[in-house]
Design a protein around this ligand. Sequence first.
Ligand code: GLU
Length: 285
Amino acid sequence: MYATRFAPTPSGRLHFGSLVAAVGAYLRARSMGGKIYLRLEDLDFPRCKKEYTQSIIEDLKILGFSFDDKPYIQSEHLDFYEAKLKALVESKKCFYCHCTRASLKVKACSCEGQNFKDGALKIALNAKPYFYDNHLGTITLKHSLQDNLTLKRSDGLISYNFACVLDDELMGITEIVRGSDLIETTPLQIALIHALNFKAQAYFHLPLALEENGLKLSKQNHAKAVLDEMSAQEALLKALKFLGQNTDTLQVKDKPEVILACALEQFLEAKIPKVSQKIANLGTS
Ligand code: GLU
């Protein structure tokens, strides 16, 4: 059965860029008669806050989304990630590394085989710089890929890539629908999936909402909370418009749930743009 997920990082409140990803993943999943899970990727403890986890869950409710199952919060599953790491260390599938970013600039890592007992945990991968995307077709990266991927940082943080791949397998995700900013990371995740003998997933990358200056709308760029800027209905209509969907028959006076249900009925996946766009070009909806 088709299953996908919306996986925001709670380092701020839900902004318009994340809402676009949520709407895209939601419509894609429901149009396939599939499931969609909500996963809060809060393992980067210095950046993520519990209050943002709660506010994202609440904002998504106000916006009319209904997810399958209760939200999956990564920080509640640390034992799971640690157990997987322990098994990988024991089977010598990963290795401890003492390199720093600065040292890697001058010489390649040679920590594998040195049997260090501490440091960052890494896995050697043989990533191919291309993959097939169900929305964008074959994607080929222009640069070469690193061959070692960090699973756990030397400061103890579990890496996004490792947790993401473990959770996608655990949740039975069949297609990953997310923003195009993660295209660069996808070949590494595919190589990790392969190295761990997990089931392969399909990919569907969505266009990004860009600021006037061409930068991705993100928490780092201080994007505002979408529900502070407009009503849930206005936000949904704007996200649908961004995703190339017809909003003529949808009305701001309707409940958010109704807007999402109508958008689903008339959802045309082929209308989703393939390139990222500036939100200013959308005008007001
Ligand atoms: N947590 C990531 C983000 O908010 C998304 C990860 C994913 O969809 O794989 O950018």
